[in-house]
Design a protein around this ligand. Structure first.
Ligand SMILES: [Zn+2]
Length: 236
């Protein structure tokens, strides 16, 4: 029962939870969650979140390198080399006809390369890499040379291109495994306001509830849909 305030602290129940999961039943505050992210979901989502840093108007790709202890050791996204201003370099996509020197193709560092170069460990040997798109041949070389042993990709929409065909050939010969990510949910929503929800377990095993707001509580402001940052795993 809500008393003492005009602001209702509504627990995430039939709406979306903090991970954007559609829940069919009310959440118990005193029982372990069973809708938490799997490792694959977590690391692929990190890759997709990283992609949102990209300035590329057409393709935003992120990559996340993980070691055998499920610890992240490198993150990257596609972008211009350090010191090459995003405002000076071209972002036009090469169409095969125009002057390639005035397109992004010859200048952009792909997400996989940046993730390897950004590593926070001595090396990335025996690691796996999560990436939104199946790697191109240039990134395949970097992946193989750095010692990464598995590629988990979300989309293979450019798989027909020579760059991806060559990459598969390189992976097959070098013994690097690759598999397509199997999404367990369509999207993961990051709702910053969820942390402000006041959670309280009633003394009996009755229905989930919230307690009345007390003096000193942080009362969350009303958050509109526009305030929510969404990272969709269905966009590549
Ligand atoms: Zn590449």
């Amino acid at each position: 029962m809500e008393t003492g305030t005009a602001v209702n602290h509504v627990p995430h129940t039939s709406a979306e939870g903090s991970t954007g999961v559609q829940q069919s039943k009310a959440r118990r505050w005193d029982v372990k969650r069973d809708d938490y992210l799997s490792w694959d979901e977590y690391f692929m989502a990190v890759a997709f979140l990283s992609a949102q840093r990209s300035k590329d108007p057409r393709t935003q790709v992120g990559a996340c390198i993980v070691n055998c202890e499920n610890k992240i050791v490198g993150i990257g996204y596609n972008g211009m080399p350090v010191g090459c201003s995003d405002d000076v370099m071209p972002w036009v996509n090469w169409d095969g006809v125009s002057n390639i020197l005035e397109t992004k193709q010859l200048y952009v560092c792909h997400a996989e390369l940046n993730a390897v170069l950004n590593k926070n460990s001595a090396d990335v040997k025996h690691c796996r890499i999560y990436v939104a798109l199946f790697p191109c041949n240039e990134c395949a070389k970097v992946i193989i040379q750095s010692g990464i042993k598995e590629v988990i990709y979300y989309s293979n929409k450019y798989g027909f291109k020579d760059e991806c065909i060559a990459a598969r050939r390189l992976f097959d010969v070098a013994g690097v495994k690759y598999r397509q990510y199997q999404p367990e949910r369509k999207q993961i929503v990051i709702d910053f306001s969820a942390v402000d929800v006041v959670q309280w377990t009633p003394p009996s095993n009755s229905v989930p509830s919230t307690r009345p707001a007390l003096n000193g509580d942080q009362v969350p402001k009303n958050v509109s849909a526009q305030d929510l940052s969404s990272v969709s795993l269905s966009q590549t």
